[in-house]
Design a protein around this ligand. Structure first.
Ligand SMILES: [Zn+2]
Length: 82
């Protein structure tokens, strides 16, 4: 089974991972993929999509609602401290 490292603070909202292995969480009625650098959401800063925690530029794939490639129930989840 594929493994996923999930920060404790988002564990209750974690729904699965993308085909690239990025974590997906539920945010209200939509799904959001988290940045690989910080497991944070991405946001536009001027015209550049950035990680909201470290402000490093991230792929534009984080601007769209993600597709769940592997759902949570098919993953072995290891919780990590926030
Ligand atoms: Zn970051």
């Amino acid at each position: 089974m594929r493994k996923a490292l999930v920060p404790q603070g988002i564990e209750s909202r974690f729904v699965g991972i993308t085909e690239h292995g990025h974590l997906i969480i539920r945010s209200g009625t939509t799904l959001v993929a988290l940045t690989p650098c910080c497991q944070a959401v991405a946001t536009f800063h001027d015209y550049t999509l950035c990680c909201k925690r470290c402000w490093q530029e991230v792929s534009l794939e984080f601007a769209d609602e993600p597709q769940v490639a592997i759902p949570r129930d098919q993953l072995t989840i290891t919780l990590i401290a926030d």
